[in-house]
Structures are given as structure tokens and as C-alpha cells.
Design a protein around this ligand. Structure first.
Ligand SMILES: [Zn+2]
Length: 129
């Protein structure tokens, strides 16, 4: 009798796992492929924030254009996943890319500045004055 209860429990667990997986894939739907690609890019950038070839620093941006540093993205990974999958919130993953040129950009969360790879073309140096 006790053995039978265990078997039923395992069966219930299997059904729960299957329905949860199906519900998740249905909820994400067609957007799932693009979304998972964006999250995969974010995850890869968190693990290795430098481009190959070149070794340039890769910046992470949310959909609203704000930059987040890799440390904050790593610390808030669950929040980024939740907002991106739900499609709302300020932590929706947008894109990742090298920040080539311009003034330093602050991380939207910790305000840590990231310099561009080629500097700010509008910056006036001492040699030009
Ligand atoms: Zn940060």
C-alpha cells in the first residue's frame, strides 16, 4: 500500500513537470526564440564580457537603451530573466555590443562608468586648445 502511494506521487510529479513545461513554452510562444537568444547573449556576455577577436569590452543594454555593467547583470540575473520573459519592467534585456565611441556611460544600477573603446570625439584635449 505504501509502495503504491509512492508510485502515484511520482506519476503526479511527472504530470506536473510536463504541464509546467508545456505551459511555459506556450506562454513564450513565437517570441521565445528571439527572447531566449537575447537572454543567451546576455548570459554569455556576463561570463565573458570581451569580444573575440579584438578583446573589446561588450556592453549590455536594456530595451530602454540604458546600460548595465556585467557585475550588476550577474547580480540581478533573475530580475533580468523575469522582466524579459514577462515583457514588462525596466530590466528587459535589449542587446549587447561594443561601445565604440562617445562619452563614458554609467551603469544604470551602480553608476560605474564604462569608457568607449575609441574615446569621445567631441572631447577637447589639451593639445587642441
Ligand atoms: Zn553596475
Amino acid at each position: 500500500m505504501r509502495h503504491r502511494n509512492i508510485v502515484l506521487t511520482l506519476k503526479q510529479v511527472a504530470v506536473h513537470v510536463l504541464t509546467t513545461a508545456m505551459r511555459g513554452s506556450t506562454a513564450i510562444g513565437l517570441k521565445g526564440t528571439r527572447m531566449s537568444r537575447i537572454l543567451q547573449t546576455f548570459k554569455e556576455t556576463i561570463r565573458n564580457p570581451y569580444s573575440f577577436p579584438g578583446g573589446y569590452t561588450i556592453a549590455l543594454y536594456f530595451l530602454d537603451g540604458e546600460r548595465v555593467c556585467t557585475k550588476c547583470a550577474r547580480d540581478e540575473w533573475k530580475l533580468i530573466c523575469d522582466d524579459t520573459i514577462n515583457g514588462w519592467g525596466q530590466w528587459q534585456a535589449g542587446y549587447a555590443g561594443v561601445y565604440w565611441e562617445g562619452p563614458p556611460q554609467d551603469c544604470v544600477h551602480c553608476y560605474d562608468p564604462q569608457d568607449s573603446e575609441y574615446g569621445d570625439p567631441d572631447e577637447v584635449s589639451d593639445a587642441q586648445v
